[in-house]
Design a protein around this ligand. Structure first.
Ligand code: SAM
Ligand code: SF4
Length: 494
């Protein structure tokens, strides 16, 4: 039997790091990044507008462009940047917001990240891994009662939740199908947030129906990374983590999600580094990140750095971060989570966020077990927004946004290079609007409370008008699909 020590010893495949290095160097040059930030001066309005014109043409910005945008203080120019960010989002993603739920599978972990409640040395954490029966029950609630169609499955790094467990849990989730008022509910896309894996494991995940593979670098700053991830732990290998997405793409996983845990180090450096990561993926693998996530450091049980970090990010800076990433990597999806308050999430939506979670529970077993879900000792960190999916859909509808439950992307081949081209040309937004409407109708019929249904149908009216106007030839065929959904057919996509 493999012990935990043996398991750890076999995890990191050095050759799967070294083949990506450039003369022994990785793609985050700390000193050069700081130099760019320090050398940049507040740009003149014409220079800002020239940069924004490239964002609006869905071109990835250069690090020098971004360093200049970081410097902008002028309120008028900041307003222009916000308008451009929203215009970019509209062009690429229209007024859709995609929703999902996190599903925490277990909190055993061999690592000791200074900011996380799951860390190995936290003796106060109550440890648990969901059995497959429990995974099924959690899924039944998510898909049958709340109406989620996509989840992000979250795993600690531990042999109990290694690749075999991940694959088995994905199969269990995909197999659940729950009767609803007018049809059935099921999870149609599983994204995974788990520790870095080898190309071989990532190939298995791809074959198991993986949606997006998500790994956050936490901090890209080498020295800070070393300080927060103690030497000798698996996670202390910065480069094993940094090249996780290169390996994923090598394994044929087209959709990868990168992110920073904002609050661990200076946000200006981290935003620049996210851009370096996107550029490294684009130039080496031909595709940039499918999503960028913006977790912000929250208090966590028995994890002092989470409250003591000198780099904690204010709401104002947090919104600026979102704005800058929307402009710098204009094609990427952007995810904000329920760590944030309702107001921050609303503001972020208008700066270019494209995905968010709802009805979120991060206690292990939290969707199916009746108990105090916000119990700190079971959780990794505390949530800022515990609103239900129904409340969120209504809120977004009042802001004129349609909540999309579309999961067609990877099932109809719209991933990777194909989707990058659609995104860059602004076609994806229009195309996916149709599927967004179909899935929104499905959700409104099966799960919405009367008030939310009414608010949702109002937005739908407007969407239908737009589709009819912009795509008169395609409209009749699309409308037939919509009628079929209204009659109870489920999971139709174009
Ligand atoms: N163990 C895997 C890993 O570290 O990649 C994945 C699971 S971990 C639970 C998922 C993410 O939670 C981490 O990548 C980190 O960014 C975030 N996280 C950890 N501690 C946090 C805290 N105190 N506040 C907010 N987010 C936190
Ligand atoms: Fe483990 Fe991930 Fe938490 Fe670090 S962030 S302690 S690796 S669960």
């Amino acid at each position: 039997m493999t012990t935990t020590v043996d398991w750890i010893a076999q995890r990191i495949k050095k050759d799967q790091i070294e083949r990506y290095l450039d003369h022994g160097r990785d793609f985050i040059p700390d000193d050069a990044i700081w130099q760019k930030i320090n050398d940049a001066r507040e740009p003149a309005p014409e220079a800002v507008r020239e940069i924004l014109s490239r964002s609006l043409a869905v071109q990835t910005l250069t690090p020098d462009d971004l360093a200049m945008l970081i410097r902008v203080q002028d309120p008028g120019m900041l307003r222009e940047m916000q308008e451009a960010a929203l215009a970019v989002k509209k062009k690429v993603y229209d007024n859709r917001i995609v929703t999902f739920a996190p599903l925490y599978m277990g909190n055993y972990c061999v690592n000791n990240c200074a900011y996380c409640g799951f860390r190995h040395d936290n003796a106060e954490a109550k440890r648990r891994v969901l059995s497959m029966d429990e995974v099924r029950k959690e899924t039944e609630n998510l898909a049958g009662k709340i109406g989620h169609k996509r989840i992000i499955a979250v795993y600690g790094e531990h042999p109990m939740t290694g690749i075999d467990y991940i694959l088995e849990s994905m199969k269990t989730i995909y197999d659940v199908r729950v009767p609803t008022k007018h049809g059935y509910g099921n999870i149609r896309r599983i994204n995974v947030n788990a520790a870095p894996m080898s190309v071989e494991e990532l190939t298995q995940l791809r074959d198991g129906g993986l949606g997006t593979y998500q790994v956050f670098q936490e901090t890209y700053h080498h020295e800070t990374y070393a300080k927060l991830h103690p030497h000798g732990t698996l996670k202390s290998d910065y480069r094993w983590r940094l090249y996780a997405m290169h390996r994923a793409m090598e394994a044929g996983v087209d959709d990868v999600g990168i992110g920073v845990l904002f609050g661990l180090y200076d946000w200006r450096f981290e935003v620049m580094a996210l851009l370096y990561h996107a550029i490294a993926l684009e130039s080496r693998m031909g595709i940039g990140p499918h999503t960028v996530s913006f977790p912000r450091l929250e208090p966590a049980l028995n994890a002092a750095y989470a409250t003591q970090s000198p780099y904690r990010v204010t709401d104002e800076d947090f919104k600026k971060i979102i704005l800058l990433v929307r402009l710098a990597i204009p094609y990427t999806g952007m995810i904000i989570t329920a760590r944030e308050t309702a107001q921050v999430r609303r503001d972020a939506l208008l700066l270019g966020i494209t995905q968010t979670d709802a009805s979120t529970k991060i206690g292990i077993g939290g969707y199916s077990e009746a108990r105090q879900d916000q119990q700190a000792e079971r959780q990794q960190f505390m949530l800022g927004d515990t609103r239900s999916l129904d409340e969120l859909v209504r809120d977004f509808a009042d802001l004129g946004h349609i909540t999309s439950f579309c999961t067609a992307g990877y099932r109809c081949g719209r991933t990777g290079k194909c989707i990058m081209e659609l995104l860059r040309s602004g076609k994806e937004g229009k195309f996916c609007k149709l599927n967004a409407v179909l899935t929104f109708q499905e959700w409104l019929d099966d799960f919405a409370t009367p008030g939310t249904r009414e608010a949702g149908l109002k937005v739908m009216e407007k969407e239908l008008e737009e589709i009819k106007k912009n795509n008169p030839q395609g409209f009749p065929a699309f409308y037939q699909f919509l009628e079929r959904v209204r009659k109870g057919e489920r999971d139709l996509f174009l």
